[in-house]
Design a protein around this ligand. Structure first.
Ligand SMILES: Cc1cc2nc3c(=O)[nH]c(=O)nc-3n(C[C@H](O)[C@H](O)[C@H](O)COP(=O)(O)OP(=O)(O)OC[C@H]3O[C@@H](n4cnc5c(N)ncnc54)[C@H](O)[C@@H]3O)c2cc1C
Length: 434
């Protein structure tokens, strides 16, 4: 490897890291320069898709089709006149190639191409990572600072044992599954504690159960809860009701191919995201919900939680007609599904790293300002060294980038970015944010 090859560090060896590492490996095999991709991972490759990762017991099924794999949609645009060759190479890392290599292709077809379990999906991702020789540094990133190197600024990712220096950093993953409104109370479970129980086949037995959160994380927990001994399940979320995700061809196409996305106004994009992505349940889960009369929805945000008289009392704040109204509700068990947080990485930044971010962005960093500043390359515009935030790029770049819907396209955008500090490219980038 050339000493001048820029390094791209990825926080988390999950689906996005594997997709980017695979495409970088194929580019190098074609003789096309690509950054060194290093994933820093606290648990193991594809850990969040296995029991123990905190987000699943491994037995639940993938919501999107497995054909939306690390190369999807196989429409590379990185190497003029050789993109077809790149796509052909990427098919070697496809879901079907994995099934063929592991002897499961015919059975999968004969069973009607079922969605794989999360565990099987993790095995697929690990197969790709092994096949492309993805570099993984074991350790949890605890701190992100900026390092001055001969007048050049680089990111420094600190784990308990290592420091990884990089010219660009990509943050992945949904957040911290261990978060809970009342840590340490046995009547309150975090997402990770819930899945730990499920994986141990421990039966949950409670009269009144509350699940905080209205997104897909809460939905998969509800799916699991149906099989336990509970009398009522109350789903608490700020939305008016439990919306079903739009899953028609037109909605799905927005995820696979965001070509027209940047032509929409921000208001139109927010509307589309609300229907297809944020806080919505898939049609499959909704069908199960409707059939079960134990379930109901309560609108509000949890403002406060206390343990009293053997119950957990949740204070909900609900916005009705511009006025916040507080109500208190008692439960025997609360499952806090709100740990998925797209800004989970912000507390890792040291003050000097935050200064670099705010200086580059030209103002204070908020969730809104970060989302609105994500450019075509999925990085924060104006910030150098590059900080790629695909989890926040739905609003400006397309709803498929935060999830599994277009990992091949995501890889093109990230690998096509300039990790050096070329001022002409910086100007181009600033013009590409709308
Ligand atoms: C239960 C569940 C089911 C989902 N199902 C679907 C689906 O069917 N289709 C879809 O499109 N999307 C789905 N999503 C949404 C999204 O696509 C996934 O969250 C997906 O895993 C995102 O890929 P990723 O590479 O960003 O993160 P992940 O694959 O989650 O990988 C993140 C990695 O980061 C590691 N990590 C976290 N913090 C640190 C740290 N500080 N230092 C080092 N490593 C760290 C974790 O151990 C993990 O391995 C689902 C999400 C969840 C939670």
């Amino acid at each position: 490897m050339s000493p001048t090859t820029p390094k791209l560090a990825v926080i988390g060896a999950g689906a996005k890291a594997v997709a980017v590492a695979a495409k970088a490996a194929e580019l190098r095999a074609m003789g096309v320069p690509a950054p060194d991709v290093v994933a820093v991972e606290r648990a193991g490759v594809a850990a969040n898709w296995q029991s123990g990762g905190g987000w699943t017991d491994g037995n639940h099924r993938l919501g999107t089709g497995p054909e939306k794999d690390v190369g999807f949609p196989y429409r590379s645009s990185l190497v003029p006149r050789r993109n077809a060759e790149l796509d052909e190479r990427m098919t070697r890392h496809s879901w079907q190639a994995y099934l063929v290599a592991t002897g499961g292709f015919a059975e999968w077809i004969d069973r009607g191409r079922p969605a794989p379990t999360h565990r099987r999906w993790s095995q697929y991702l690990r197969w790709v990572a092994d096949d492309v020789g993805m570099t993984v540094v074991n350790g949890e990133v605890e701190r992100i600072s900026v390092h001055e190197d001969a007048g050049n600024q680089r990111w420094a990712l600190h784990t308990a044992e290592d420091t990884v220096y990089a010219d660009g950093v990509m943050v992945t993953g949904p957040g911290q599954a261990e978060r809970s409104v009342l840590p340490g109370n046995p009547r309150v479970m975090s997402i990770a504690q819930f899945w730990h129980h499920a994986a141990q086949h421990e039966r949950i037995s409670a009269e009144r159960v509350a699940v905080i959160g209205g997104g897909e994380t809460a939905a998969s927990m509800l799916n699991e809860l149906f099989g336990h001994r509970v009398s009522t399940i109350t789903v608490i979320s700020p939305s008016v009701t439990l919306f079903t995700r739009g899953e028609s061809f037109f909605e799905n196409a927005l995820f696979s191919d965001p070509t027209g996305w940047t032509g929409l106004t921000l208001a139109e994009r927010r509307d589309a995201l609300a229907r297809t992505d944020r806080g919505v349940f898939s049609a499959r889960v909704q069908d199960a919900l409707l059939a079960d009369d134990r379930i109901r929805h309560l609108r509000g945000r949890v403002a406060h939680a206390v343990a009293r008289d053997g119950r957990i009392r949740l204070t909900l704040s609900t916005n009705t007609g511009g006025e916040a109204v507080e109500t208190v509700h008692g439960f025997d068990l609360v499952i806090d599904g709100s740990g998925a947080d797209e800004l989970w990485f912000v507390p890792l930044f040291t003050q000097d790293a935050l200064d670099v971010l705010e200086l580059g962005m030209g103002g204070p960093m908020t969730s809104e300002s970060l989302q609105e500043s994500i450019g075509d390359d999925l990085a924060v515009t104006g910030v150098h060294p590059k900080l790629f935030l695909p989890g926040l790029s739905g609003l400006t770049q397309g709803p498929g980038f935060p999830n599994l819907s277009c990992l091949g396209l995501l890889s093109d955008r990230v690998l096509g970015a300039d990790l050096t500090h070329d001022p002409m490219r910086r100007l181009d980038e600033q013009q590409s944010v709308r």
